[in-house]
Ligand binder design. Structure first.
Ligand SMILES: Cc1cc2nc3c(=O)[nH]c(=O)nc-3n(C[C@H](O)[C@H](O)[C@H](O)COP(=O)(O)OP(=O)(O)OC[C@H]3O[C@@H](n4cnc5c(N)ncnc54)[C@H](O)[C@@H]3O)c2cc1C
Length: 417
């Protein structure tokens, strides 16, 4: 049995797919989202730290300082963890990441990312308001905390580098930090308070509310396996739990799973993952946290969320589908307990997420080079919650032949040859 034909099928109901669907729908297209879970925000878009990082400027680069690289290789850099048994699998991607992490690429990446990140809060608000979930976007900003004098100097250098980009921030000393976050321990001696970003206590609920808005506006969210995508006549077709669906256009927005579909169509785009874990905790006594705090030297984030204090880890280099490992989280938790009086663990097991990453840490947004009606919107790395809505806008503008909000060239798939 077939479903009524739509104009566009969006594959993936994370923040990226839902956002693209809303923007296409706003342009009068009939849109169906297909996700294997049959619901929105069941994967990476559920478990992140919840920061809409409008302050983001420079992409996350692989370290190039030999001492830092040696520490990383020996798993002595607490911000990242490499699973040695996965190296044969992920080593070639890490090497490409290293090669792409030049000082020039950092500047080029910043010029590309900035116009998107700068609009990220406004684009979230444009969804949250009609969705009725504006209270899920808190105007708290977030704090990058430093433990040492060296860290404090790094903070000052970072702020100086950010100045030309007009990023709102305040460098805070211990007393100011205490005024903002009374329960942070003395381990944190200084910080940068990024004042412009919004933060959400429940990224999953926020994205689900955007999906509900899409449904209320006449969209469909279907359960189905994107790997069943095939060319059909002048367009595309897919099998869903409710039947076969066809459309002239299809958008791949499957986050870390995008490669499952684009590879089968012959594209060799180097999509890798940086995995990360989370766990929720109670707080001792009356301790509270008002906004997310990142421990800069140890690379984790403590974020006040609906289920408790969510501790998210930095990057684990392992295969996308490898079994979870508690190693990185177990190294991180004691550091987090030094910073904030965490109480009991609230989840029975660690949540594992996968940041979908290209070696230049920029997403792929735009037309697939060799297939009519095939569009890409994936690879949003550490910033998918941030960039999802504005990426959806950019893609919808490209698909509709409108003047795009920024030059889309840095995001084209062709950059990988
Ligand atoms: C620990 C951690 C902390 C983070 N913190 C932040 C943060 O504070 N701020 C920020 O901006 N970003 C953050 N990120 C990054 C952000 O979460 C991701 O970049 C973003 O969620 C990616 O969204 P997505 O829609 O591309 O992918 P996903 O949310 O993973 O969505 C992909 C969808 O595809 C579906 N799918 C997969 N395979 C198939 C298939 N075969 N058929 C049909 N459907 C399929 C999945 O079910 C899923 O719903 C963090 C990430 C992690 C891991």
């Amino acid at each position: 049995m077939g479903l009524p034909k739509v104009d566009v099928i969006v594959l993936g109901a994370g923040i990226v797919g839902v956002s693209a669907a809303l923007h296409l729908q706003a342009r009068g297209r009939g849109v169906a989202i297909v996700d294997r879970l049959g619901e929105a925000a069941g994967e990476t878009s559920y478990g992140n730290a919840g920061i809409v990082q409008s302050e983001a400027v420079f992409p996350y680069m692989f370290p190039r300082d030999p001492r830092e690289m040696a520490r990383g290789a020996l798993n002595r850099d607490p911000r990242a963890q490499t699973r040695y048994s996965a190296l044969a699998n992920v080593g070639p991607w890490i090497w490409r990441y290293f090669l792409a992490s030049t000082p020039d690429a950092r500047q080029t990446g910043a010029r590309a990312l900035r116009p998107l990140a700068a609009r990220s809060v406004a684009e979230h608000e444009a969804f949250a308001e009609p969705a009725g979930t504006s209270p899920l976007l808190r105007k708290t900003g977030w704090i990058k905390a430093f433990r040492s004098e060296r860290g404090r100097q790094a903070a000052l250098a970072e702020v100086a580098e950010l100045k030309p980009y007009g990023v709102g921030n305040v460098v805070v000393d211990r007393a100011q930090l205490e005024a903002l976050e009374p329960h942070l321990s003395g381990a944190a001696i200084a910080g940068i308070h990024f004042t412009d970003p919004s933060t959400t206590p429940d990224p999953g609920a926020l994205v689900k509310s955007y999906a509900d808005l899409f449904l209320a506006r006449g969209g469909r969210l279907l359960e189905g396996d994107a790997r069943s995508l095939e060319q059909s006549g002048a367009g595309w077709a897919l099998t869903t739990a409710e039947g076969r669906i066809e459309a002239a256009d299809v958008v791949i927005a499957l986050g870390p799973w995008s490669s499952d579909v684009f590879k089968a169509l012959g594209y060799r785009i180097p999509l890798g993952v940086k995995r990360g874990y989370h766990m929720h905790f109670g707080a001792e006594g009356n301790a509270t946290l008002n906004r997310p705090v990142m421990d800069a030297e140890f690379g984790y984030v403590l974020a006040p969320q609906t289920r408790g204090i969510r501790l998210t880890t930095g990057a684990e280099f392992a295969g996308r589908d490898d079994e979870p490992s508690p190693a990185h989280f177990d190294r991180t938790e004691p550091r987090a307990r030094q910073l904030f009086p965490l109480a009991e663990r609230r989840d029975s097991e660690l949540w594992l997420g996968r940041r979908p990453c290209l070696p230049d840490m920029l997403p792929v947004i735009g037309a697939a080079p060799r297939h009519k009606g095939l569009w890409f919107d994936f690879g949003h790395q550490h910033l998918g919650l941030t960039l999802g809505p504005v990426s959806g806008l950019l893609l919808a503008q490209i698909m509709s032949g409108e003047t795009p909000l920024t030059d889309p060239k840095p995001y084209r798939a062709e950059r990988f040859g």
